[in-house]
Every structure is written in structure tokens, then in C-alpha cells.
Design a protein around this ligand. Structure first.
Ligand SMILES: *[C@@H]1O[C@H](CO)[C@@H](O)[C@H](O)[C@H]1NC(C)=O
Ligand SMILES: *[C@@H]1O[C@H](CO)[C@@H](O)[C@H](O)[C@H]1NC(C)=O
Ligand SMILES: *[C@@H]1O[C@H](CO)[C@@H](O)[C@H](O)[C@H]1NC(C)=O
Ligand SMILES: *[C@@H]1O[C@H](CO)[C@@H](O)[C@H](O)[C@H]1NC(C)=O
Ligand SMILES: *[C@@H]1O[C@H](CO)[C@@H](O)[C@H](O)[C@H]1NC(C)=O
Ligand SMILES: *[C@@H]1O[C@H](CO)[C@@H](O)[C@H](O)[C@H]1NC(C)=O
Length: 514
């Protein structure tokens, strides 16, 4: 009975196994490479099921690469991911591209589920980049401002940095701008002022990491100070360089300049002796010196000789374009304006082309945060000036923000504008116009009354003129009456004439009497 049960269980398990095999898995590889030889490179495998979700269960991961000698690794974890760390010591492995391979198996019977492979690079030189910042702001592009100090910093990749932190006894960066040596630093950073005109410059950092015990490093500074005498252990080749220039004394500046001249003249001996005359021979600090390919085989794009296989080298190069920031903003034009007038300003400034600008009006007072930006990038300008014409509808105090930027700067320049109401003139007109109007009205009335009085006298005279009662009676004579009258007049003319004369006389007398 028990045996039967166990056999059923086995069958069920087998069916589940078939199901699990049938379901689809895939694995991805990620890495933190490229790394320098000697550093640890870390690979990570992530296992997903057919739904794209991290796989659940216990899995058996088998790692291997194609290096000789080969690295292998196996691990069984209850996790959808695992990591594998490998190192490629410089003494064993050559730099180049390798391939890593991971196979994931089910923990049950180690049935393979899926596999994946990826390429990775092991480099001879340290990996990383040269970061640049100005005014505590990272410079991402190639443009640097010529008005503020630029801080260069070598940022090594994480595996390489960990190697140096763990094993290196000294890490020094030698700095060059346009192939001119500007000294060495131990913190992998250089502060440099690109003051001067617009130009394209090349900044290079040669990082040399030494793994030798500190005892040997103490001897190398001794060689730097007194090169002619104490260089016997290592620099059998430096000696010829110095023999060509016997006059130089033990002053450091003189000795540094002379090797450059000798190396240019006699290139072949220098090339063979690069291992000896490498970076430790460079004096710390002082000024700028020309360098040759012999001194720094990587710098200035020349040389391919690996100076010392026991050291790690890194060359970090960056092209920068020097530009002048926007400065010296001057605004001409009136900022006290009557209501209704247009703001008309001319803004001029200095700096390197091209510029973008925009204007942002703000009501009331405004404190510039330095944070203001143009919407839509702003308008492009090729000249160092522009005009601002703006109309404010309501009187009050405003701030016009002029935001001007070029490749290396953005300046926010506030201009306060006061729009005042023309209050006094308005009151004057309010008073003057009604007063003059009413005065005019009074005068007109006075004149009108006077005229009326005068003209009424004349009117009464004329009314009397028209007031002839008897004459009006004539109008109402009928035609027959008039005919008869005229006939009568024509018959007895002398009497009628006198009569008619008498008819008109009273009116005449009345008019003259009055
Ligand atoms: C770095 O140091 C560790 C021990 O601290 C050593 O095991 C390893 O081999 C060293 N690596 C190199 C590249 O020297
Ligand atoms: C390895 O280096 C080569 C050449 O530098 C490059 O083309 C390739 O993309 C690199 N591969 C990886 C995985 O970084
Ligand atoms: C560096 O070389 C340039 C020309 O290559 C020369 O004009 C300049 O004087 C040299 N500077 C020093 C310090 O030798
Ligand atoms: C490298 O230096 C040699 C002489 O030292 C010179 O002839 C050659 O042109 C240089 N190459 C480059 C790429 O600068
Ligand atoms: C601007 O700053 C001053 C003091 O720094 C403050 O008194 C004033 O209220 C601020 N104005 C605005 C509009 O924030
Ligand atoms: C810039 O603006 C952001 C959000 O718009 C704000 O969080 C930040 O404090 C501002 N910075 C300054 C210096 O005003």
C-alpha cells in the first residue's frame, strides 16, 4: 500500500516536471564591464517565465567563459537571479573581447531550461570618463565658460575604482591641456581656468596606478629631484638623454625642459626607454611644460608602448570649446512711462554667439531665483543686442525679466517698469472744460438776453407796422366790389384820387407818429 502511494506520488511529480519543462523560460545577462585587467567583472543572470515575470523556484546556474584558462562557476539558488564575479589578471589574460555563457537548469534532475551568452571587454587601460563642472554644475556638452574655474575629475568605472582602492599603492593623474603639462594630482582632479578667447582645447588626464609596495615608490621621487645621479637602478636609458645635455644643473625646471628637447631629436632611444622615463620623472607642480610621446606614450594621440606592465594606466580625453558667458547687460530706454505708452527698451550685452532670449513680464515686484527659463527655448539671436517693445494695459509696477542664454551661461536680468496714471492732467481737464463751458453759457445767455431786450423794441415797432386794421379790410373785398371800385375810380377820378389818398394817409400818419 505504501509502495503504491509513493509510486503515485512519483508519477504526479513526473507529470509536474513535464509541465514545468513545457513552460517557457528565458534568461538575460547583464554586466558592469568593460573593466581593466585585474578588476572584478560582475555578471548577473535574470530568469523570467513565459509571462515575463521573474521565475519562481530553485534553479541551477552554470557559468563559463571562453578565456584560456577558462573560468567556470555553478550555483544553486532559490532566486530568479544570480551574480558571478570573475577577474582577469593582467599577468594571465590579454585585453580583448570575451564571451560569457550561462545555463539555467531546473533543480529537479538538472534538466536544462534555457541559456544565454554575451560578449564582454577586458581592457588594458582604466575605464571611466572625464567629468567637468563649473560653478558646481556638471558640464555635459563640450562648451566651457572662460570666466569661471573648470574642475575636471576622472570618474573611473566602479570595478576599476574598486580595484585601485583595494590594491593600488599610488594613483596619480597627470594633466595636459593641448599637450602642455599642467602637473599631477593625487585626487584625480584638476582645477583649470580656460580664460582667454574662444577656442577648442583638448584636456587629457593620464592616470597611473601602481601596485608596488610603498618602499619602491619612495625611491622614485628621489629620481625626480636628482635625475643625473640616482637613476642608475632603473634608468639606464635616461642617462643618455642627460649625457646629451651636460650643462643642466640640478634645478628641476631646467632638467624637465631638456628631456623634451632631447627626446624629440633622438626618438628611437627614447621609445625604447619609455618604461624608465615614464611619469615618475615628471616634476610636481610647477608651470607648464611641453611633453613628448616618449614621456607619455598615450598623451597627444601618439605612442603605443605600454610603459610598465605592473601598473595600470588610464587615458581620459575631452575636447572643450571655450566660450564667453553673457555679461555686461545694459538696458537703455525709459522705465517710467505714462499709461498708454509702449515700453521701448534696447538691451545690449557681451558674450559669445549664439544667444537665445525671451522676455517674461511679471506683475509687482519680483525676486529673481536664477531658475527662470524660457518656454520653447527662446528666440535665437546672432547679435549682442535686441529691442523690447511691450505694452502694459494697466498702470502699476511690473518687472520685465530678460532671460539671455548662450552655450555657457544663462542670465536673468530684471528691469522694473512703472506705468503711472496721468492723474493731474485728468483733473485739470475735468475742471477746466466744465468751467469754460459754463462760462461760455453764461456769456451767451447774457448776450442773448441783451439781444432779446434790444430786439423786442424793434419787434414791437414792426408789429405796429403790420397792425393796420383798415388795410386788412381791403383784402376781404370781393372781386365785384373791387371791380366796382375801380370803375368808380375811373369814372370820377379827381374826387376818388383824393379819397384814395385819404385812405392811405392815416396809416402813414400812424407809422410816423409812433
Ligand atoms: C588585489 O589584492 C588582493 C588581496 O588584497 C589580491 O588577492 C588580488 O590578487 C590583488 N589583485 C591584483 C590585480 O593585484
Ligand atoms: C568591446 O569593445 C569593442 C571595441 O572597442 C566594441 O566595439 C564593443 O562594443 C565592446 N563590447 C562590449 C560588450 O562592451
Ligand atoms: C611648447 O611647444 C610649442 C610648439 O610646439 C612652443 O611654441 C612652446 O614654446 C613650447 N613650450 C615650452 C614650455 O617648451
Ligand atoms: C607621433 O610621433 C611621431 C614622432 O614622435 C610623429 O612622427 C607622428 O606624426 C606622431 N603621430 C601622431 C598621430 O601625432
Ligand atoms: C523679495 O525679497 C525680499 C527680501 O529678500 C522680500 O522682502 C520680498 O518680499 C521679496 N519679494 C517677493 C515678491 O518675493
Ligand atoms: C528651481 O525651481 C525648482 C522647481 O521649479 C525648485 O524646486 C528649486 O528650489 C528652484 N531653485 C532655486 C534656486 O530657486
Amino acid at each position: 500500500m505504501k509502495a503504491y502511494c509513493s509510486r503515485t506520488a512519483l508519477l504526479i511529480w513526473f507529470l509536474m516536471f513535464i509541465v514545468s519543462v513545457d513552460s517557457y523560460y528565458y534568461v538575460t545577462i547583464s554586466q558592469n564591464g568593460p573593466v581593466v585587467r585585474g578588476a572584478n567583472i560582475t555578471f548577473r543572470a535574470d530568469l523570467f517565465n513565459s509571462f515575463g515575470q521573474p521565475a519562481k523556484g530553485t534553479f541551477w546556474y552554470v557559468w563559463k567563459d571562453n578565456a584560456i584558462p577558462q573560468h567556470t562557476g555553478e550555483v544553486e539558488v532559490h532566486s530568479p537571479w544570480t551574480e558571478w564575479v570573475v577577474s582577469f589578471p593582467a599577468s594571465v589574460y590579454a585585453p580583448g573581447t570575451y564571451e560569457v555563457d550561462v545555463t539555467v537548469s531546473s533543480s529537479f534532475l538538472y534538466w536544462p531550461l534555457c541559456s544565454q551568452r554575451a560578449l564582454f571587454n577586458i581592457t588594458a587601460l582604466l575605464n571611466g570618463d572625464l567629468a567637468l563642472s563649473q560653478r558646481n554644475r556638471t558640464v555635459f556638452g563640450k562648451f566651457v565658460s572662460n570666466s569661471s574655474e573648470a574642475v575636471h575629475r576622472v570618474q573611473l568605472g566602479q570595478p576599476d575604482r574598486e580595484l585601485l582602492e583595494r590594491n593600488a599603492t599610488s594613483v596619480v593623474a597627470y594633466w595636459f591641456v593641448d599637450c602642455v603639462y599642467y602637473g599631477s594630482t593625487g585626487d584625480l582632479s584638476l582645477r583649470f581656468n580656460y580664460s582667454g578667447p574662444e577656442a577648442t582645447r583638448v584636456v587629457e588626464a593620464l592616470v597611473v596606478a601602481s601596485y608596488e609596495p610603498p618602499a619602491t615608490t619612495t625611491t622614485t621621487p628621489a629620481t625626480t629631484t636628482t635625475t643625473p645621479t640616482t637613476t642608475t637602478p632603473t634608468t639606464t636609458t635616461v642617462a643618455p638623454a642627460n649625457t646629451t645635455t651636460p650643462p643642466p644643473t640640478t634645478t628641476t625646471v631646467a632638467t624637465t625642459t631638456t628631456p623634451t628637447t632631447t627626446s624629440t631629436t633622438t626618438t628611437t632611444p627614447a621609445a625604447t626607454t619609455t618604461t624608465a622615463s615614464a611619469p615618475p620623472g615628471i616634476p610636481r607642480g610647477g608651470g607648464s611644460h611641453n611633453v613628448s610621446a616618449a614621456d607619455f606614450p598615450f598623451v597627444c594621440g601618439n605612442g603605443s608602448v605600454m610603459p610598465d606592465p605592473k601598473k595600470s594606466y588610464g587615458l581620459f580625453r575631452r575636447h572643450v570649446v571655450v566660450r564667453a558667458p553673457v555679461s555686461g547687460i545694459e538696458v537703455s530706454g525709459s522705465n517710467w512711462l505714462q499709461h498708454g505708452d509702449m515700453v521701448n527698451l534696447t538691451v545690449s550685452f557681451n558674450g559669445s554667439v549664439n544667444f537665445t532670449h525671451c522676455i517674461q513680464p511679471k506683475q509687482g515686484s519680483y525676486n529673481v531665483t536664477g531658475n527662470e527659463t524660457c518656454k520653447n527655448e527662446g528666440a535665437l539671436l546672432r547679435e549682442r543686442k535686441f529691442r523690447v517693445i511691450h505694452y502694459f494695459r494697466y498702470p502699476g509696477t511690473y518687472v520685465l525679466l530678460m532671460i539671455i542664454s548662450n552655450d555657457v551661461s544663462r542670465v536673468v536680468y530684471p528691469v522694473t517698469i512703472n506705468i503711472y496714471e496721468v492723474t493731474k492732467q485728468a483733473q485739470l481737464s475735468v475742471i477746466v472744460v466744465p468751467v469754460t463751458c459754463s462760462l461760455l453759457a453764461v456769456i451767451l445767455m447774457v448776450f442773448g438776453v441783451a439781444y432779446y431786450v434790444q430786439s423786442r423794441n424793434r419787434y414791437t415797432v414792426e408789429v405796429a407796422d403790420f397792425d393796420f386794421g383798415k388795410a386788412s379790410d381791403m383784402e376781404y373785398k370781393t372781386f365785384r366790389e373791387r371791380l366796382r371800385e375801380s370803375l368808380a375810380n375811373s369814372i370820377n377820378r379827381p374826387g376818388d384820387y383824393r379819397e384814395s389818398d385819404n385812405i392811405w394817409s392815416p396809416s402813414r400818419q400812424y407809422g410816423t407818429l409812433q
